[in-house]
Design a protein around this ligand. Structure first.
Ligand code: FES
Length: 155
């Protein structure tokens, strides 16, 4: 059995059958082997679903990466597997809103978002890793506040 936090889950995860169907939609957005985040966010707005659900579908139901942000030196690997049950979707929505310019008072960060199915830190969910020129910073369990603080310090 996979490791999980000793804390009880705080969130519901998205049904796997639904993610599989959303993954097919996401695959249609592919350009040159990757999915552009703006197109994914636009589709989520058109369909009235959170961008995080499509990001989870990308990680769990496709082989495609999200397209890198031009000029970004930092990559955020964010687990959207079972970490969904401990708030990973909230983190994904927060980052997607920033990167697509939809976060009031905050300029988009120079950051590439890389949704993952697992980061092998399941007992510390929700898990993410910041990969940059100086190494890797692990945030697990991550919160929106700790992620923003780390990104502020790195930028
Ligand atoms: S499921 Fe999130 S780190 Fe394994």
């Amino acid at each position: 059995m996979a490791k999980v936090p000793t804390r009880s889950p705080t969130h519901a995860d998205v049904d796997l059958a639904r993610l599989a169907s959303m993954g097919l939609d996401v695959e249609e957005l592919e350009v040159a082997g990757a999915v552009p985040l703006p197109a994914l966010v636009e589709m989520s707005e058109d369909r009235g679903r959170p961008a995080s659900h499509y990001l989870a579908a990308l990680a769990l139901s496709t082989e495609l990466p999200l397209a890198p942000t031009p000029g970004a030196k930092i990559t955020l690997k964010l687990c959207l597997g079972s970490c969904q049950q401990w708030g990973a979707l909230d983190l994904a929505d927060h980052v997607a809103a920033n990167l697509s310019g939809n976060q009031k008072g905050k300029a988009p960060r120079a950051l590439t978002l890389a949704p993952r199915a697992c980061l092998d830190r399941c007992d510390q969910a929700p898990a993410c890793e910041l990969h940059g020129p100086d190494g890797v910073l692990v945030l697990a369990p991550a919160t929106i506040a700790s992620l923003d603080e780390a990104l502020d310090a790195l930028s």
